[in-house]
Design a binder for this molecule. Structure first.
Ligand code: DX5
Ligand code: ZN
Length: 227
């Protein structure tokens, strides 16, 4: 069923431990950790020491989204910090095949991320090395941006590509995911939903996650009936 991965980028950074406890109690399936270097994206966030400090607080999988140049230089550091999944951007990784293999060799699941302008076919030849494709539905760098509707047909196209290839690759979406956008995304084929401001911007994380899940599950049922 659907996976909901709250993005800690929109949490209160002065109380990260409490925020993690609250969102896990509220039903988060994964935690999404946004790593930015001020080079690939115009913002700077956290690195391996913060992730390592948070790791003992929960058993929930850590989904680490690397928005950094030359990610291959840091894979081992993030694996050691406790990442369960490491996702690298196509745009930062000229040797993507090798990089994905290295992530798996380090014992993590391998994710590939596509910027909004990057075509779906960019991942056609690495599907055997990929556990998750993350489709950016905003331009990476900041939380709280507006969803880009043109990404819906892109999710649909990736669903077809993955189904045709026959590999067990999961599709994730990140950016502007909220109660209004999850339905179309789920119908298009998304399975993993990263949401920052839509969850941390509300008072009751549990109610928000439950509402997101209910809408996603209803959309998935509709989709199954259609197919
Ligand atoms: C953006 C990050 C996202 C961000 C999403 O570059 O990759 O994970 O936290 O935030 P919302 O859900 O607020 O768009
Ligand atoms: Zn992210």
């Amino acid at each position: 069923m659907a996976i909901i991965a709250p993005s800690l980028l929109s949490a209160d950074f002065a109380r990260l431990g409490e925020e993690i406890a609250a969102v896990v109690a509220a039903g988060a399936d994964w935690l999404h950790l946004d790593v930015m270097d001020g080079h690939f994206v115009p913002n700077i966030t956290i690195g391996p020491p913060v992730i390592a400090a948070l790791r003992p607080l929960t058993d929930v999988p850590f989904d680490v989204h690397l928005m950094i140049s030359q990610p291959e230089r840091y894979l081992e550091d993030f694996a050691r910090a406790g990442a369960n999944l490491i996702a690298v951007h196509v745009e930062t990784s000229p040797h993507l095949h090798r990089t994905l293999r290295e992530i798996r060799r380090l014992g993590c699941q391998a994710g590939v991320v596509l910027n909004p302008s990057t075509p779906p076919e960019a991942i056609s030849y690495v599907l055997a090395e990929t556990d998750m494709v993350l489709i950016m539905t905003v331009n990476p760098g900041f939380g709280g941006q507006s969803f880009i509707p043109a990404m819906i047909p892109k999710v649909r196209r990736l669903r077809q590509l993955v189904a045709a290839a026959g590999y067990p690759v999961h599709l994730a979406v990140d950016g502007g995911v909220n109660l209004d956008t999850v339905v179309d995304l789920a119908q298009a084929g998304a399975e993993i939903f990263v949401a920052g401001s839509a969850i941390f911007g509300t008072d009751d994380y549990g109610a928000t996650i439950a509402a997101l899940r209910a809408r996603i599950d209803a959309a998935l049922q509709d989709r199954e009936q259609e197919t």
